[in-house]
Design a protein around this ligand. Structure first.
Ligand code: TYD
Ligand code: MG
Length: 471
């Protein structure tokens, strides 16, 4: 029987397909962009008689277990335990952050025997080889299984894909893709979306995985990559800190963070440093966000134990308060949400009578890490208290806890693990929320406190017994 070619309506702006003509594309909301086209993926669920067919749920092959290791522990962590087959991953970040470097590391390290295609629209094959040499990619098996194709032309890329059938497709970058079929000027968002869509379809139909890079600017995410986010399964962004000095000298950390992940959590971050030989994963993050000091801490500094996904990290929280320059006091904090800082300072003012509303407040986290976990609040409160009163906190103290508006300290997840990390790094005391767990109650280093008032008492009674606070 002759196969009948199904017609569909494809949006010339975003590549979205509809069975019927519509005046406005439901996906990108553009008017008059749907035009008649042949359906590309008609082979998907069509039976022998040419009719579309459903699948009984019992016969569906679950994708669980079909992950492959990326060979880069920090990347696996962010992806949720490895690379999911038939998935598409968008890697966004500012130019120069290390997206191409990561892809090349990935090409060399992935635990697969299949072929790997690296499509580069940005660099020549020679440049890629130089970079590979720099990264130490020189084993015979690696050099043989990685195929390089330098082009952004979708039709050419599709021909190559069908020829070599790679299991891993690395495309650098989405912005260099173009196609004659996309029906608009090359280099536009529409071109990028159309081509990405075709590549995503290809990997899904061929049991492969796609990694696609996209540039974003410092000012925020430009329209382009943002519009790709809903098309892919996983979106990870590369961020950089501002090279503050940490315990191990000046650290130039790059954080890999998932903002969307259909196959895992988005809580995990991957931490890398960029060096002479490319990116190195930082697995031992213990001291990365602490500042090396001998003796007493300066006022305004507290050490917090926070969770980043499944790992605990210690971070030095720094607070500075100065009389407000304007009539309204302001909060300057880009590492911890400034709304959270305002809330914690309001709670301090209310429950300790510590005047902060006439102060400008500056908050920083050493090592430039962004902290979103609630467990940082008690340490933040202590840093603010210490900054405002001028009373330094004990240098051997680590703090974790959530602070409620009522001044109570609420339990946090995995308290014992936080204490353990602190103790392993040589800290001898830990202040945390009151705990019901029998096991936690037996931890010798853990001092617990129900509210912020008693927390301050516990901290300062031993250190400055005669000090009357609030200057
Ligand atoms: P790159 O991967 O080209 O960034 P992107 O693709 O995100 O634009 O990384 C570029 C930066 O990394 C560049 O400034 C040089 C630096 N770099 C190193 O420091 N060491 C290395 O081994 C490599 C390959 C790059
Ligand atoms: Mg690049």
């Amino acid at each position: 029987m002759k196969k009948q070619k199904t017609l569909i309506y494809r949006c010339s702006s975003c590549g979205h397909e509809e069975p019927k003509w519509l005046g406005r594309c439901p996906e990108c909301r553009e008017w008059n962009t749907l035009t008649e086209a042949a359906a590309k993926n008609e082979s998907r669920q069509v039976s022998k008689n040419g009719l579309p067919q459903t699948l009984p749920l019992s016969t569906v092959n679950p994708m669980e277990g079909s992950r492959i290791g990326s060979g880069i522990g920090e990347l696996d962590r962010v992806l949720g335990g490895g690379i999911m087959k038939r998935s598409a991953v968008l890697v966004g970040g500012e130019p120069g952050i290390g997206k191409s470097t990561l892809l090349l590391h990935l090409a060399a390290a992935t635990e697969t025997k299949g072929r790997i295609l690296y499509v580069s629209g940005e660099e020549s094959a020679g440049q890629l080889k130089l970079r590979a040499d720099r990264l130490g990619i020189n084993s015979k098996s690696c050099l043989e299984r990685i195929e390089i194709f330098c082009s952004g032309n979708l039709e050419e890329i599709e021909t190559v894909l069908n020829n070599i059938k790679p299991v891993l497709v690395l495309v650098d970058s989405a912005q260099t893709l173009f196609s004659a079929d996309a029906g608009s000027i090359s280099g536009t968002v529409n071109q990028m979306k159309f081509c990405s869509y075709e590549l995503i379809n290809w990997v899904k139909e061929h049991d492969a995985t796609l990694f696609l890079t996209a540039h974003v600017t410092k000012e925020g995410f430009i329209a382009g990559p943002k519009t790709l986010e809903h098309m892919v399964d996983t979106v990870i962004y590369f961020e950089q800190n501002d090279k503050t000095s940490g315990m191990s000298g000046t650290v130039d950390c790059r954080f890999l963070r998932a903002v969307k992940n259909r196959f895992g959590s988005i809580d995990e971050i991957g931490i890398f440093t960029m060096g002479e030989h490319g990116l190195s994963p930082v697995e031992d993050t213990g001291r990365l966000f602490l500042v090396r000091r001998d003796g007493e801490l300066p006022a305004g500094v507290a050490t917090a134990a926070v969770l980043e996904g499944t790992r605990t990290i210690l971070v030095e929280i720094q607070a500075l308060t100065i009389p407000a320059k304007g009539t309204i006091s302001r909060v300057f904090s880009d590492r911890i949400d400034s709304g959270r800082v305002s809330r914690v300072s309001a709670a301090l003012e209310k429950h300790l009578g510590l005047r902060l509303s006439d102060q400008d407040i500056y908050i920083n986290a050493a090592g430039g890490i962004r902290i979103t976990e609630v467990g940082v609040e008690l340490a933040l409160a202590c840093a603010l208290y210490s900054a405002r009163t001028g009373l330094p906190l004990p240098a051997d103290l680590v703090i974790a806890g959530e602070l409620s508006l009522t001044g109570e300290i609420r339990p946090v997840q995995r308290l014992a693990a936080r204490v353990k990390t602190a103790v392993n790094l040589g800290y001898s005391s830990f202040l945390g929320p009151a705990t019901e767990s029998q096991q936690d109650q037996t931890i010798p280093e853990l001092k617990v406190s129900k509210n912020i008032k008693s927390a301050v008492k516990i901290i300062y009674n031993n250190v400055h017994p005669n000090e009357k606070n609030n200057n």
